[in-house]
Design a protein around this ligand. Structure first.
Ligand SMILES: C[S@@+](CC[C@H](N)C(=O)[O-])C[C@H]1O[C@@H](n2cnc3c(N)ncnc32)[C@H](O)[C@@H]1O
Length: 319
């Protein structure tokens, strides 16, 4: 499905860097089958398959809650109309679909995610919303199926922390960017600054042993330390790597109870931990979580202070 003014070739790359098999254009199944065979980190993303139906179910709420982060990526990625933009780790299509409205009918937004269920959800959303300038395919961040010098901007919202090798992924982003253009990534700042994630985690920790993650574990707070992701950009060859702290409010127009349901459903880790509890413990965890979450309940719904790092860099121009 390519309807805007230009078309990109689907450019498969084998693990050794040689050209791989060309999949059927627009097919998630073909690249997914190839990825399963060729990518050793396939197991690491399997958890996202289980979460995909819930990310699709709560898609509109997620879009709304993180709209300020999308806006920051649009600004720092210098995204405007008629541009070709790549959204990596797009999940069920965000921020790709919001950015497609900015790029306009003469622009084009590609979204990639290695989880076929996420890709299918993104395609359904694009169809339902009538977007004709988007395309979604299955791919890993460190093997982008696009030719060099293709995009005016590359973005990823809450994706980089889950890449097995973030530096390899950034090198790929720089390869597919046009010279002089920007990549912009969003990563969570420290847990204590983000009660949206932290509040329920804290309660569950009272019941399920939750040792601190290893230093570079692929979890939400992997890049919480200021400078860590910016240094990855520098190491991967981005020019003028920069970072800013985005302080905003996550507005979720839902009840405390509906927030609890959504929060548990979209997190594979929370669902796994809750599954380890007895029925009585689940009732007690829920009671305590609702009590803690009430601190963020307003007459408009849930409202959380939030902090995210927006990290950006530029692809160098040839000398
Ligand atoms: C927290 S979700 C973010 C989804 C979306 N960008 C958003 O902000 O709503 C993380 C996404 O990263 C994807 N992901 C995990 N490992 C990846 C990898 N190696 N390359 C690209 N995406 C990956 C998951 O499938 C999942 O959809």
């Amino acid at each position: 499905m390519v309807t805007a003014g230009f078309q990109l070739a689907y450019h498969a790359v084998a693990p050794d860097g040689s050209p791989g098999t060309e999949p059927e254009p627009g097919s998630a199944a073909a690249p997914a089958a190839i990825l399963a065979l060729m990518h050793p980190e396939q197991a690491a993303i399997n958890g996202w398959s289980g979460a995909a139906p819930f990310w699709e179910k709560h898609r509109e709420l997620i879009r709304l809650m993180f709209a300020p982060v999308t806006q920051a990526l649009v600004e720092d990625g210098m995204i405007g109309s008629r541009q070709a933009v790549l959204d990596i780790a797009t999940g069920p299509g965000e921020p790709a679909l919001s950015v497609a409205a900015v790029a306009g009918p003469e622009g084009k937004v590609f979204g990639i995610d290695p989880v076929p269920e996420m890709v299918a959800a993104a395609r359904r959303a694009a169809d339902r919303l009538g977007f004709r300038n988007t395309q979604f395919d299955a791919a890993f961040a460190d093997r982008l199926p696009f030719p060099a010098d293709t995009f005016d901007a590359v973005i990823s919202r809450f994706g980089a922390m889950f890449f097995p090798s973030p530096a390899d992924a950034v090198r790929e982003m720089l390869r597919v960017l046009k010279p002089g253009r920007k990549l912009a990534l969003a990563a969570w700042h420290f847990a204590e600054r983000n009660p949206f994630l932290y509040t329920v985690q804290q309660v569950i920790r009272r019941y399920v042993d939750s040792p601190p993650p290893a230093a570079d574990a692929m979890d939400s707070f992997r890049f919480a330390s200021p400078g860590k992701l910016r240094d990855v950009l520098g190491e991967a060859g981005a020019m003028t790597p920069a970072e800013r702290l985005l302080q905003f409010t996550i507005e979720a127009p839902v009840s405390v109870e509906d927030f609890w349901t959504m929060r548990c459903e979209i997190s594979d880790t929370l669902r796994e931990k809750i599954a380890m509890l007895s029925r009585e413990q689940v009732t007690e965890v829920k009671r305590q979580a609702l009590e803690a979450l009430r601190a963020y309940s307003t007459e408009r719904g849930m409202s959380f202070p939030a902090e995210v790092l927006i990290v950006s860099g530029t692809k160098s121009r040839p000398a």
